[in-house]
Design a protein around this ligand. Structure first.
Ligand SMILES: Nc1ncnc2c1ncn2[C@@H]1O[C@H](COP(=O)(O)OP(=O)(O)OP(=O)(O)O)[C@@H](O)[C@H]1O
Length: 580
């Protein structure tokens, strides 16, 4: 119980003192409540006295009333805190998580599926809030009130106090066992929930591909499987809970019966007065209720703990480290100095001892077979992840010394996958340079050859991408992505040869847009068709994460190596296409 509480305080951060204060208030209120119950004994005695001692009764009632008034004020404060703070804490924790998503290396994010992130950002914060709002305080009340009353009972009749106390230690091992069982079940349920969420999101995102490849059925079967697993896990957990829960409830009932039996014997023997036994029974029955359901709180504890674990894991990812002193480059050449890089959870490096230099405003092409490491090189320039050996510099400055926000400003990326948000075309382009005017956005769109097709959309630049769905062609989406890059006007441009998947007409339009984008920039292009990079200032040939050749097109042809053979293969394929 202490463990999840501590974990919760860590996750709450600045809100932790608020929570601690509330726990203190709740504890004091519960002590007072325990005292009020304890006062029942002298009250009963005073009531059963002949003749009734009215002044004594009055004093006792006044004390009880006073304590009750203070307790009510404290409980009111507790509740006010709970519900006011719940929204605030939930909001702040989401902001904190959002900020963390912004600061951690992208590699860490791509390693998590979007469904998992959805569970963390959406569901888990609410689960914590639920805990904050009621559970913690309910548990304090359930534990503190009986403890205080039992302590007072020892003072009145130690034999009955022991009878009631006995039920507590007996409940502890059952409770612990119960927690263990429920803990496992809850964790499995949480995993099953996250798995289902991930599968559903993946399915929705990949539906076009699944339809094209006639895989809709098999993938939906996977969702069905995940759903069935989720249901089975939940029902297994429910089954597991029943027996221990019943045992604790039974134990509490036995405790009450024991008090009645023992009490009756003592009353008959004359060693206990009837008023005290009545008070004792009122209190015992009052306590038995929360104690009997106490075990059920374990399930909520475990759900919360699993949620906290996931949130903590995300918050504990080391953000990108910015080395001091931070520097802003004034030149924009790019160099890799003996760079070796291994992806997270991989044992083999995907880049080995790579050294390269792309002079400012030069055009560099990366060439090589699939999986040779071309994309990884472009990713590392924008600090997708940090290299394990060597360094990457822009303008002679190690990129770890450049503030990440500043680094993002220096680099524009145009890849084949273009993500458009469900927002207006204006805002989708403006994303690259927040605050830019409509005129600037339109100028960028003109330069990227987008203006004509955007003007034909139902509401022109005000058309929401969601409204037209998949109505934009691949080439049009890419031109929007180029418009973003033109608007951003970053000195470095990274391109994953965006024309390779387009038809000739789109290719010409996109190529023209690219020509405008790359003017006077340091450009690195991942080239799939060698014909598009014949004019490059330098071509770097990669194979299995190593740079095996480097030079201009003619130099590399002369070398008669890997590039020359790739060129020959592509030329033959081209001739074959023409002949065919
Ligand atoms: N996020 C990742 N986690 C683990 N391994 C990865 C990750 N991304 C790429 N890899 C692996 O790193 C190697 C290099 O991949 P990379 O995408 O850089 O190659 P590439 O030359 O761009 O390939 P392609 O031309 O097919 O896009 C591959 O073996 C790939 O499986």
């Amino acid at each position: 119980m202490i463990q999840p509480y501590r974990r919760m305080l860590r996750v709450l951060g600045d809100h932790a003192p608020q929570m601690q204060r509330n726990v203190r208030i709740s504890t004091i209120a519960s002590v007072l409540e325990g005292c009020i119950y304890a006062l029942l004994f002298p009250l009963m005695l005073a009531l059963f006295e002949h003749p009734i001692n009215t002044s004594r009764l009055g004093i006792l009632l006044a004390i009880s009333g006073g304590l009750f008034a203070i307790e009510t004020v404290l409980r009111w404060q507790e509740l006010t805190f709970s519900w006011d703070a719940v929204n605030e804490i939930s909001h702040d924790t989401r902001l904190k998580l959002g900020e963390q998503l912004r600061r951690i290396p992208l590699e860490q994010l791509t390693n998590r599926r979007s469904g998992e992130l959805n569970v963390i950002l959406g569901g888990n914060v609410s689960e914590i809030v639920l805990w904050l709002g009621s559970l913690c305080l309910t548990i304090i009340q359930t534990l503190v009130v009986p403890c205080v009353t039992i302590a007072v009972m020892f003072w009145i009749d130690w034999r009955l106090a022991i009878a009631l106390t006995l039920t507590f230690p007996l409940a502890i091992p059952i409770y612990q066992q119960f927690r263990k069982i429920v803990g496992q079940g809850t964790r499995q349920t949480a995993i099953a929930d996250a798995e289902t969420a991930s599968r559903v999101i993946e399915y929705a995102q990949g539906l076009p591909v699944l339809r094209a490849t006639k895989q809709v059925g098999s993938r939906s079967q996977q969702i069905q499987k995940a759903l069935a697993n989720q249901r089975a896990t939940q029902s297994r957990t429910n089954q597991l809970v029943i027996l221990p829960s019943l045992m604790i409830a039974t134990l509490v009932e036995i405790g009450i019966l024991l008090i009645i039996a023992l009490g009756s014997v003592y009353v008959l023997q004359g060693s206990l007065s009837l008023p005290i036994l009545i008070a004792l029974l009122v209190i015992a029955v009052r306590f038995s209720e929360p104690l009997a359901v106490f075990a059920n709180y374990a399930a909520v504890f475990d759900i919360t703990e699993a949620a906290l674990e996931r949130i903590e894991a995300l918050l504990s990812i080391q953000p990108l480290v910015v080395l001091a002193p931070t520097q802003a480059p004034e030149k924009f050449d790019i160099s890799f100095e003996s760079v070796t890089f291994t992806y997270l959870d991989q044992s083999e490096p995907v880049l080995r001892n790579i050294s390269l230099h792309c002079p400012e405003r030069s055009f560099t092409a990366l060439v090589g077979s699939s999986g040779s490491g071309k994309t990884t090189i472009t990713r590392l320039i924008s600090r997708y992840a940090d290299v394990q050996q060597g360094k990457i510099c822009i303008g002679g400055i190690d990129i770890r010394h450049i503030d990440p926000t500043q680094l993002m400003r220096l680099v524009s990326v145009v890849f084949q996958d273009v993500y458009l948000f469900d927002d207006t075309i204006y805002n989708n382009i403006r994303l690259a340079k927040p605050g830019s005017t409509d005129v600037e956005v339109e100028a960028a769109a003109q330069a990227a050859n987008c203006h004509d097709f955007i003007s034909r959309l139902p509401n022109g630049y005000e058309t929401r991408v969601g409204e037209i769905g998949g109505a934009l062609s691949g080439g049009e989406r890419q031109r929007i992505s180029i418009a973003r890059a033109i608007l951003k006007d970053a000195p470095i441009v990274l391109l994953d040869e965006p024309t390779s998947a387009l038809d000739t007409e789109s290719e010409v339009a996109v190529q023209r847009a690219i020509d405008r984008l790359v003017e006077n920039k340091t450009v690195i292009v991942i080239a799939h068709r060698l014909s598009t990079v014949v004019g490059a200032d330098q071509i770097l040939v990669l194979e299995s994460g190593q740079m095996i050749e480097q030079g201009t097109h003619s130099q590399l042809l002369e070398l008669q190596g890997r590039y020359a053979s790739l060129w020959k293969i592509q030329q033959n394929a081209y001739c074959w296409r023409i002949v065919a």
